[in-house]
Ligand binder design. Structure first.
Ligand code: NAD
Length: 350
């Protein structure tokens, strides 16, 4: 559900009145505490405990989990308590994971504050933290008790964070087509265009909910949501030292490179490949790899946790609204593809 901040307050209040938690713990990051928490009136009324995290993936560390669980014990937090996570995907993943295992499970409300976490991270029940640099390798499948999306939070997001969410929105539109694709073709709305954002976020949530309802544990069609993420994660990993190449840019470029691969394999039709290019490139820079990066990138892709039988498992588009998962690519095939397009990246960057 997508609402305005005052409605979130009412909904949290209703939940609290019904559930009667003995304690409420609000989890925030530095920025969400500064920019988002003050917009919620409810937190001023209730005598809650605030747990502070650093911004971004820095929070998704086991050391913070230990510290959080220790604080919960110190504050006598019980199964009858309630966690409210207010922040981007990192805060939600952290709070959702910690809540799901503390005393075998506390209820957790998500209040996503970034575009990405509104359209993706808050929905679907995946919680997770990182370990030794491997993303989301420790986690659970646990739904929050409620998700309260609030378009008012979008106004403080910078262009880069909006684009990060937009890359996932393009992915959802390619997978489902229909109304969402029509909205996406109009381009990214201004952050002040609340009505347009509410429509777009609603369509994304309906789409993701539908996929997850059929396949919560990602045994089948939920894998479609990995579209763009295999090459996207590879791009993100080889450019990890460059702060300008963030998750959203990597995923947007992953969508492009995977649709080109699909087109070369005779799987993705030309019209779809052209559409992907036209949705990605007016907004995102074209990031790829050079010849020196072909081997490291091949190695990274061969160690993807989604692989099976020593082969990469890709989700690829046939056309808009029609895609397949578990398409196998061998090490030789991916190496040849990366080698072929390494030159093109150099040329386009010159
Ligand atoms: N569980 C899932 O299904 C799922 C899906 C996608 C991504 N994720 C995870 O989510 C994380 C990425 O999510 P994200 O993009 O929300 O990143 P994030 O949580 O790191 O937030 C990005 C930045 O925006 C700031 N921020 C948050 N709200 C803001 C606001 N309203 N105004 C201004 N700044 C604000 C944050 O403090 C942070 O610095 C990753 O850890 C990723 O693994 C999880």
């Amino acid at each position: 559900m997508i609402v305005r901040t005052e409605t979130i307050d009412q909904r949290i209040e209703t939940y609290i009145n019904d559930y009667q938690p003995d304690k409420i713990v609000v989890v925030v990051s530095e920025t969400s505490e500064k920019l988002c928490l003050p917009k919620l009136q409810i937190y001023k009324k209730i005598d809650n405990i605030i747990y502070h995290l650093p911004d971004g993936d820095e929070a998704k560390k086991i050391t913070y989990c230990e510290d959080f669980w220790e604080s919960l014990l110190r504050e006598n937090v019980t199964r009858k308590s309630l966690i409210i996570a207010v922040g981007g995907g990192a805060v939600l993943d952290f709070a959702g994971f910690c809540a799901s295992v503390y005393m075998r499970g506390l209820p957790c409300i998500y209040v996503p504050t970034t575009l990405l976490s509104m359209v993706d991270g808050s929905e679907g029940g995946k919680t997770g933290i990182n370990l030794y640099g491997t993303k989301n390798v420790i986690g659970t499948f646990t739904d929050p008790v409620a998700i309260m999306r609030n378009v008012d939070f979008l106004s403080t997001l910078n262009e880069c964070e909006l684009l990060s969410g937009w890359a996932e929105i393009i992915k959802h539109a390619l997978l489902t087509g229909g109304n969402l694709m029509e909205l996406v073709k109009k381009g990214m709305p201004l952050s002040s265009d609340i009505e347009a954002w509410m429509n777009i976020i609603r369509e994304n949530v309906i789409f993701k909910k539908g996929i997850v309802a059929e396949d919560f544990k990602e045994k089948g069609q939920r894998k479609l949501l990995n579209l763009g993420h295999t090459l996207g994660h590879g791009i993100e990993a080889i450019h990890f030292e460059d702060p300008k190449i963030n998750h959203g840019i990597s995923i947007a470029c992953g969508l492009y490179w995977e649709s080109l691969l699909g087109y070369e394999m005779g799987f993705t039709n030309k019209e779809t490949f052209d559409l992907v290019s036209s949705l990605v490139f007016p907004l995102f820079p074209k990031i790829g790899w050079n010849e020196m990066e072909v081997e490291p990138m091949t190695n990274l892709l061969m160690h993807d946790k989604k692989n099976h039988n020593g082969k990469i498992q890709l989700s690829l588009l046939k056309s808009v609204g029609e895609a397949s998962y578990d398409i196998e690519i061998s090490e030789t095939e991916i190496n040849e593809y990366l080698t072929k397009y390494a030159m093109a990246v150099h040329e386009s960057n010159d």
